[in-house]
Design a protein around this ligand. Sequence first.
Ligand SMILES: [Zn+2]
Length: 328
Amino acid sequence: MTSPDNGTTGATDLPEYAPIPQSALGPALNDQRYYVGRVERNLYWVTDGVYQSAFLTTSEGVVLFDAPPSIGPNLRSAVDEIASANGVSNRVTHLVYSHHHADHAGAASLFGGDVIRIGHEDTRRLLLRDDDPARPAPEITFRDTYTLEVGGDRVELAWRGPNHTPDNIYIHFPDHDTLMFIDVVNAGWVPIYNVNLSEDVMGYMGSSAIALSYPWTHLISGHLGRLATRDDVAVHQQYIADIEDSAREALASVDPVPFYVAAGQNMWAGVKAHLDTVTDRATAPIVAKYTGVLAAADIEEFTRTTTFQIMQSLRLDRGVGVSRPAQP
Ligand SMILES: [Zn+2]
Protein backbone atom coordinates (compact mmCIF):
# COMPACT_ATOMS: atom_id res chain seq x y z
CA MET A 1 0.00 0.00 0.00
CA THR A 2 1.31 3.46 -0.78
CA SER A 3 0.20 6.87 0.28
CA PRO A 4 -2.04 8.47 -2.36
CA ASP A 5 0.12 11.60 -2.37
CA ASN A 6 3.47 9.98 -1.87
CA GLY A 7 5.64 12.97 -2.73
CA THR A 8 4.65 12.88 -6.37
CA THR A 9 1.85 15.42 -6.34
CA GLY A 10 1.97 19.14 -5.76
CA ALA A 11 -0.24 21.15 -3.43
CA THR A 12 -2.49 22.06 -6.33
CA ASP A 13 -2.93 18.46 -7.38
CA LEU A 14 -4.45 16.68 -4.36
CA PRO A 15 -6.12 13.29 -4.77
CA GLU A 16 -9.92 13.10 -4.85
CA TYR A 17 -10.88 12.45 -1.24
CA ALA A 18 -14.31 11.72 0.17
CA PRO A 19 -16.34 14.87 0.94
CA ILE A 20 -15.98 16.24 4.48
CA PRO A 21 -19.23 15.64 6.42
CA GLN A 22 -20.93 18.91 7.39
CA SER A 23 -20.98 17.65 10.98
CA ALA A 24 -17.17 17.74 11.05
CA LEU A 25 -17.08 21.46 10.34
CA GLY A 26 -17.51 24.40 12.70
CA PRO A 27 -18.70 28.00 12.52
CA ALA A 28 -17.44 30.33 9.79
CA LEU A 29 -14.35 32.44 10.50
CA ASN A 30 -14.51 36.23 10.43
CA ASP A 31 -12.57 38.44 7.99
CA GLN A 32 -9.55 38.25 10.30
CA ARG A 33 -9.60 34.44 9.96
CA TYR A 34 -10.70 33.53 13.48
CA TYR A 35 -13.88 32.62 15.33
CA VAL A 36 -14.46 33.33 19.02
CA GLY A 37 -17.52 31.95 20.77
CA ARG A 38 -18.91 31.45 24.23
CA VAL A 39 -18.60 27.96 25.68
CA GLU A 40 -20.53 28.78 28.86
CA ARG A 41 -20.87 32.08 30.75
CA ASN A 42 -17.41 33.71 30.90
CA LEU A 43 -15.53 30.83 29.23
CA TYR A 44 -14.77 31.37 25.54
CA TRP A 45 -13.01 29.40 22.80
CA VAL A 46 -11.10 30.62 19.77
CA THR A 47 -10.29 28.77 16.55
CA ASP A 48 -8.69 29.44 13.18
CA GLY A 49 -10.37 26.28 11.89
CA VAL A 50 -7.31 24.12 12.63
CA TYR A 51 -6.20 25.03 16.18
CA GLN A 52 -8.15 25.92 19.32
CA SER A 53 -7.47 28.03 22.38
CA ALA A 54 -9.69 29.15 25.26
CA PHE A 55 -9.96 31.95 27.78
CA LEU A 56 -11.84 32.95 30.90
CA THR A 57 -12.76 36.59 31.49
CA THR A 58 -12.70 37.23 35.24
CA SER A 59 -13.06 40.26 37.47
CA GLU A 60 -9.26 40.21 37.89
CA GLY A 61 -8.31 39.77 34.23
CA VAL A 62 -8.16 37.15 31.52
CA VAL A 63 -6.87 33.60 31.94
CA LEU A 64 -5.67 32.16 28.63
CA PHE A 65 -5.43 28.43 27.96
CA ASP A 66 -2.86 27.63 25.26
CA ALA A 67 -1.55 30.05 22.68
CA PRO A 68 -1.33 28.37 19.28
CA PRO A 69 0.93 30.40 16.97
CA SER A 70 -1.37 29.70 14.01
CA ILE A 71 -3.98 31.88 15.76
CA GLY A 72 -1.22 34.18 17.02
CA PRO A 73 -2.15 37.87 17.28
CA ASN A 74 -5.79 36.95 16.65
CA LEU A 75 -5.83 35.63 20.24
CA ARG A 76 -5.34 39.23 21.34
CA SER A 77 -8.11 40.34 18.95
CA ALA A 78 -10.48 37.67 20.25
CA VAL A 79 -9.84 38.62 23.91
CA ASP A 80 -10.23 42.33 23.11
CA GLU A 81 -13.45 41.72 21.19
CA ILE A 82 -15.09 39.79 24.04
CA ALA A 83 -13.74 42.01 26.83
CA SER A 84 -14.98 45.12 25.08
CA ALA A 85 -18.40 43.62 24.36
CA ASN A 86 -18.81 42.63 28.02
CA GLY A 87 -17.13 45.64 29.61
CA VAL A 88 -14.49 43.60 31.42
CA SER A 89 -10.70 43.82 31.61
CA ASN A 90 -8.78 42.57 28.56
CA ARG A 91 -5.54 42.22 30.53
CA VAL A 92 -4.19 38.67 30.24
CA THR A 93 -2.98 37.84 33.75
CA HIS A 94 -2.49 34.06 33.52
CA LEU A 95 -1.53 31.57 30.82
CA VAL A 96 -2.06 27.83 31.32
CA TYR A 97 -0.12 25.39 29.13
CA SER A 98 -1.89 22.13 28.21
CA HIS A 99 1.47 20.64 27.17
CA HIS A 100 4.82 21.83 25.86
CA HIS A 101 4.30 21.44 22.10
CA ALA A 102 5.17 24.50 20.03
CA ASP A 103 2.05 24.29 17.88
CA HIS A 104 -0.15 24.91 20.96
CA ALA A 105 2.20 27.13 22.99
CA GLY A 106 4.27 29.07 20.45
CA ALA A 107 2.35 32.34 20.83
CA ALA A 108 2.91 32.36 24.62
CA SER A 109 5.49 35.13 24.41
CA LEU A 110 2.94 37.51 22.83
CA PHE A 111 1.42 38.18 26.24
CA GLY A 112 4.38 39.85 27.88
CA GLY A 113 6.62 39.27 30.85
CA ASP A 114 4.18 39.85 33.71
CA VAL A 115 1.81 37.04 32.76
CA ILE A 116 1.76 34.22 35.31
CA ARG A 117 2.45 31.00 33.43
CA ILE A 118 1.18 27.71 34.84
CA GLY A 119 1.90 24.16 33.70
CA HIS A 120 2.85 20.66 34.69
CA GLU A 121 6.36 20.19 36.11
CA ASP A 122 7.26 18.18 33.00
CA THR A 123 6.06 21.04 30.83
CA ARG A 124 8.59 23.22 32.61
CA ARG A 125 11.30 20.56 32.23
CA LEU A 126 10.58 20.11 28.52
CA LEU A 127 10.36 23.83 27.80
CA LEU A 128 13.68 24.43 29.56
CA ARG A 129 15.09 21.62 27.43
CA ASP A 130 13.62 23.05 24.22
CA ASP A 131 14.95 26.55 25.05
CA ASP A 132 12.52 28.32 22.72
CA PRO A 133 12.07 32.05 23.49
CA ALA A 134 8.54 31.83 22.09
CA ARG A 135 7.58 29.39 24.89
CA PRO A 136 8.77 30.64 28.29
CA ALA A 137 8.75 27.89 30.93
CA PRO A 138 5.94 28.12 33.48
CA GLU A 139 6.88 29.56 36.87
CA ILE A 140 4.01 27.85 38.66
CA THR A 141 4.13 24.08 38.29
CA PHE A 142 2.47 21.05 39.83
CA ARG A 143 2.93 17.30 39.86
CA ASP A 144 -0.56 15.80 40.24
CA THR A 145 -3.24 18.46 40.60
CA TYR A 146 -3.51 22.21 40.84
CA THR A 147 -6.55 24.38 41.54
CA LEU A 148 -6.39 27.75 39.83
CA GLU A 149 -8.65 30.38 41.38
CA VAL A 150 -8.85 33.79 39.74
CA GLY A 151 -11.53 36.39 40.30
CA GLY A 152 -13.99 33.89 41.74
CA ASP A 153 -13.50 31.35 38.93
CA ARG A 154 -12.07 27.92 39.53
CA VAL A 155 -10.18 25.63 37.16
CA GLU A 156 -8.88 22.17 38.09
CA LEU A 157 -5.65 21.06 36.39
CA ALA A 158 -4.66 17.40 36.63
CA TRP A 159 -1.89 15.18 35.37
CA ARG A 160 -3.11 11.59 35.00
CA GLY A 161 -0.10 9.97 33.34
CA PRO A 162 1.61 10.38 29.97
CA ASN A 163 -0.48 10.17 26.80
CA HIS A 164 0.02 12.39 23.73
CA THR A 165 3.09 13.76 25.50
CA PRO A 166 4.59 13.06 28.93
CA ASP A 167 3.13 16.35 30.21
CA ASN A 168 -0.34 16.61 28.62
CA ILE A 169 -2.89 17.58 31.31
CA TYR A 170 -6.65 17.58 31.86
CA ILE A 171 -8.06 21.09 32.35
CA HIS A 172 -11.49 20.89 33.98
CA PHE A 173 -13.85 23.84 34.32
CA PRO A 174 -16.29 22.45 36.91
CA ASP A 175 -18.45 25.58 36.89
CA HIS A 176 -18.57 25.74 33.07
CA ASP A 177 -19.45 22.09 32.31
CA THR A 178 -16.29 21.90 30.18
CA LEU A 179 -13.10 19.88 29.82
CA MET A 180 -10.07 21.00 27.84
CA PHE A 181 -7.90 18.06 26.80
CA ILE A 182 -5.67 18.56 23.81
CA ASP A 183 -4.39 16.41 20.94
CA VAL A 184 -6.15 13.13 21.61
CA VAL A 185 -9.68 13.38 20.17
CA ASN A 186 -10.29 15.25 16.91
CA ALA A 187 -14.04 15.90 16.91
CA GLY A 188 -15.49 14.34 13.77
CA TRP A 189 -12.07 13.62 12.26
CA VAL A 190 -9.57 10.77 12.41
CA PRO A 191 -6.34 11.25 14.36
CA ILE A 192 -3.47 12.19 12.04
CA TYR A 193 -0.28 10.17 11.64
CA ASN A 194 1.04 7.86 14.35
CA VAL A 195 -1.78 8.05 16.92
CA ASN A 196 -2.06 11.81 16.43
CA LEU A 197 1.73 12.22 16.80
CA SER A 198 1.65 10.76 20.30
CA GLU A 199 4.50 9.44 22.38
CA ASP A 200 2.83 7.00 24.77
CA VAL A 201 0.49 4.73 22.83
CA MET A 202 -1.07 2.95 25.80
CA GLY A 203 -1.43 6.26 27.64
CA TYR A 204 -3.10 7.76 24.57
CA MET A 205 -5.47 4.80 24.22
CA GLY A 206 -6.55 5.03 27.87
CA SER A 207 -6.85 8.79 28.06
CA SER A 208 -10.29 9.08 26.43
CA ALA A 209 -11.83 7.07 29.28
CA ILE A 210 -10.15 9.40 31.77
CA ALA A 211 -11.57 12.38 29.87
CA LEU A 212 -15.04 10.84 30.01
CA SER A 213 -14.69 10.21 33.75
CA TYR A 214 -15.04 13.97 34.30
CA PRO A 215 -18.45 15.62 34.23
CA TRP A 216 -18.70 17.88 31.17
CA THR A 217 -20.83 18.69 28.16
CA HIS A 218 -18.26 20.63 26.10
CA LEU A 219 -14.77 19.39 25.21
CA ILE A 220 -12.12 21.76 23.90
CA SER A 221 -9.91 19.26 22.08
CA GLY A 222 -7.36 21.62 20.55
CA HIS A 223 -7.96 21.04 16.87
CA LEU A 224 -10.29 21.80 14.01
CA GLY A 225 -13.28 24.04 13.89
CA ARG A 226 -15.78 22.94 16.50
CA LEU A 227 -16.09 21.85 20.10
CA ALA A 228 -16.39 18.15 20.83
CA THR A 229 -19.20 16.26 22.53
CA ARG A 230 -19.22 13.11 24.63
CA ASP A 231 -20.50 11.31 21.51
CA ASP A 232 -17.40 12.45 19.61
CA VAL A 233 -15.23 10.89 22.29
CA ALA A 234 -17.27 7.67 22.11
CA VAL A 235 -16.79 7.46 18.33
CA HIS A 236 -13.07 8.10 18.79
CA GLN A 237 -12.88 5.34 21.41
CA GLN A 238 -14.65 2.94 19.05
CA TYR A 239 -12.24 3.83 16.22
CA ILE A 240 -9.25 3.09 18.46
CA ALA A 241 -10.85 -0.09 19.86
CA ASP A 242 -11.59 -1.29 16.32
CA ILE A 243 -7.95 -0.70 15.35
CA GLU A 244 -6.81 -2.68 18.38
CA ASP A 245 -9.14 -5.58 17.55
CA SER A 246 -8.09 -5.52 13.91
CA ALA A 247 -4.39 -5.43 14.81
CA ARG A 248 -4.84 -8.38 17.20
CA GLU A 249 -6.62 -10.35 14.48
CA ALA A 250 -3.89 -9.56 11.92
CA LEU A 251 -1.07 -10.44 14.33
CA ALA A 252 -2.75 -13.75 15.08
CA SER A 253 -3.53 -14.67 11.50
CA VAL A 254 -0.41 -13.65 9.53
CA ASP A 255 2.30 -16.32 9.80
CA PRO A 256 5.69 -14.58 10.00
CA VAL A 257 7.80 -17.60 9.05
CA PRO A 258 7.45 -17.44 5.25
CA PHE A 259 8.58 -13.79 5.23
CA TYR A 260 11.80 -14.61 7.07
CA VAL A 261 12.44 -17.68 4.93
CA ALA A 262 12.02 -15.56 1.80
CA ALA A 263 14.25 -12.79 3.20
CA GLY A 264 17.19 -15.12 3.76
CA GLN A 265 20.05 -13.29 5.47
CA ASN A 266 18.34 -9.87 5.25
CA MET A 267 16.42 -10.06 8.52
CA TRP A 268 15.15 -6.49 8.24
CA ALA A 269 13.63 -7.30 4.83
CA GLY A 270 11.72 -10.07 6.59
CA VAL A 271 10.63 -7.70 9.35
CA LYS A 272 9.36 -5.18 6.81
CA ALA A 273 7.46 -7.71 4.73
CA HIS A 274 5.87 -9.28 7.81
CA LEU A 275 4.88 -6.07 9.59
CA ASP A 276 3.70 -4.38 6.39
CA THR A 277 1.45 -7.35 5.71
CA VAL A 278 0.04 -7.27 9.26
CA THR A 279 -0.48 -3.50 9.08
CA ASP A 280 -2.18 -3.61 5.68
CA ARG A 281 -4.51 -6.38 6.80
CA ALA A 282 -5.39 -4.53 10.02
CA THR A 283 -5.87 -1.14 8.34
CA ALA A 284 -8.18 -2.04 5.46
CA PRO A 285 -11.39 -2.76 7.44
CA ILE A 286 -10.94 0.38 9.56
CA VAL A 287 -10.65 2.66 6.52
CA ALA A 288 -13.70 0.97 5.01
CA LYS A 289 -15.78 1.31 8.20
CA TYR A 290 -14.93 4.94 9.00
CA THR A 291 -14.92 6.52 5.53
CA GLY A 292 -17.98 8.78 5.57
CA VAL A 293 -18.16 8.56 9.39
CA LEU A 294 -14.98 10.40 10.42
CA ALA A 295 -13.61 13.08 8.14
CA ALA A 296 -10.36 12.13 6.36
CA ALA A 297 -10.72 8.44 7.20
CA ASP A 298 -9.93 7.80 3.53
CA ILE A 299 -6.49 9.40 3.92
CA GLU A 300 -5.23 5.88 4.50
CA GLU A 301 -1.78 6.84 5.75
CA PHE A 302 -3.30 8.32 8.91
CA THR A 303 -5.12 5.13 9.90
CA ARG A 304 -2.26 2.99 8.61
CA THR A 305 0.42 4.70 10.72
CA THR A 306 -1.86 4.76 13.76
CA THR A 307 -2.58 1.06 13.25
CA PHE A 308 1.16 0.35 12.98
CA GLN A 309 1.80 2.15 16.29
CA ILE A 310 -1.03 0.36 18.08
CA MET A 311 0.09 -3.00 16.63
CA GLN A 312 3.62 -2.30 17.91
CA SER A 313 2.27 -1.33 21.33
CA LEU A 314 0.30 -4.59 21.43
CA ARG A 315 3.54 -6.47 20.70
CA LEU A 316 6.00 -4.51 22.81
CA ASP A 317 3.88 -3.29 25.74
CA ARG A 318 1.52 -6.23 26.03
CA GLY A 319 3.45 -9.11 24.45
CA VAL A 320 0.75 -9.94 21.88
CA GLY A 321 2.25 -12.12 19.14
CA VAL A 322 5.69 -12.13 20.76
CA SER A 323 6.94 -15.65 21.33
CA ARG A 324 7.54 -16.65 24.94
CA PRO A 325 9.67 -19.36 26.49
CA ALA A 326 7.84 -22.56 27.33
CA GLN A 327 6.73 -22.67 30.96
CA PRO A 328 8.48 -25.38 33.01
ZN1 LIG B 1 0.81 18.25 20.90
